[in-house]
Design a protein around this ligand. Structure first.
Ligand code: BYC
Length: 307
């Protein structure tokens, strides 16, 4: 009976809520995806965070600080959504630190110049929006609702990145070169954010049937390419792909072969910055232990429970 109610709710495009009956596989998939998403937001604070002290003006510093704080907020909404399914945030963090749970491949690349901050806003947040807007209609209520707010903030992040790049492109030849160099380094990893090709994506079929995912990895990757090509033109940069051209028959841009061995390497922990990212997260967790203990002791005291 409960399974029928679950199936009927999915079929009617209504939301599954935390107290509803759900198959164990659905619960596990949701915890996996939401936890990976939360970890990505938190680890994603590091590449841009590295530029807060070096931002070239007070205005740029304030903008970057606000953006990185937004990412912490996104991580928190998402950990809360995972907790409605019975997961424990401390346990999820341990799994991340011990390499037992994944986070987005994109955050394992270094941010070498300030242009990288702009390109992360334009391409990485742009890819995130492409992937996340359909997740606002995801079948699990708390995840779908968290996505609505996250997407609004991501749109702002994307525009700030594009505006920063526009400003640099109006600057000196050296600034324009910095932008082009950053685009060259981030373009292919941004395409990899959408995950393996559909034929090699073990989770897509089931997640589409449960209406967790609304589009396949390849569909969203194509949407992102189609959206980015005119933006690159307006900016005056070249995307580093000699095979990129409009296909009038398909009404989409064709693009070159992605190096899937690179994505596999980065996902399995061997990307350019994987070790640094996890070591930094582990250090922050250890250094924050006393704050968590003090907060728990304070909460217990207020409830009249001896610490
Ligand atoms: N990186 O069967 P598949 C942000 C894993 S944060 C690492 O296609 P699925 C931002 C995948 O998890 C952006 N791992 O899986 C923050 C699976 O592994 P397991 C984060 C990847 O779940 C700060 C295996 O490969 N966004 O925007 O159906 C600053 C097979 O893949 C990746 C989200 O997390 C990858 N790129 O589809 C700026 C969005 N791709 O668990 C920006 C939510 C795949 O089976 N997540 N894997 O061992 C999703 O939409 C989906 O989980 C994915 C993958 C499309 C990513």
């Amino acid at each position: 009976m409960s399974e029928q109610v679950f199936e009927a709710t999915i079929a009617k495009d209504q939301r599954i809520e935390p107290r509803d009956w759900m198959p164990e596989g659905y619960r596990k998939t949701m915890i996996r995806q939401i936890a990976q998403h939360a970890h990505s937001e938190i680890i994603g604070m590091q590449p841009e965070g590295a530029w807060i002290t070096r931002a070239p003006s007070l205005r740029r510093k304030a903008i970057l600080l606000a953006k990185v704080q937004d990412e912490a907020g996104h991580g928190l909404y998402l950990y809360s959504a995972a907790e409605t399914l019975g997961a424990d945030r401390g346990d999820l963090t341990r799994r991340l630190i011990e390499g037992r749970q994944k986070y987005s491949s994109i955050f394992n690349y270094p941010t070498l110049t300030f242009a990288d901050v702009g390109v992360i806003g334009w391409l990485v947040d742009g890819a995130a929006i492409c992937n996340q807007v359909p997740l606002c209609r995801s079948s699990f209520g708390p995840y779908a609702r968290a996505m609505i707010r996250i997407c609004k903030e991501e749109s702002f992040h994307q525009r700030q990145g594009y505006e920063l790049l526009m400003t640099m492109m109006r600057g000196t030849p050296a600034q324009r070169e910095m932008v082009q160099d950053a685009v060259n380094r981030w373009w292919w990893p941004s395409l990899m954010m959408f995950g393996p090709p559909d034929a090699e994506s073990p989770n897509t079929a089931q997640s589409m049937a449960w209406k967790i995912k609304r589009h396949t990895n390849d569909e969203l990757r194509q949407r992102f390419v189609d959206m980015s090509v005119p933006q690159a033109g307006a900016l005056g940069v070249t995307l580093p792909d000699g095979d990129l051209r409009w296909n009038a028959e398909r009404e989409h841009y064709d693009f070159g072969e992605i190096d899937w061995s690179e994505l596999k390497r980065v996902i399995s922990g061997d990307g350019p910055m994987n070790r640094e990212r996890i070591a930094h997260r582990r250090r922050a967790d250890e250094q924050g232990a006393w704050v968590r203990e003090a907060a728990a002791a304070h909460a217990a005291k207020r409830q009249g429970v001896p610490a």
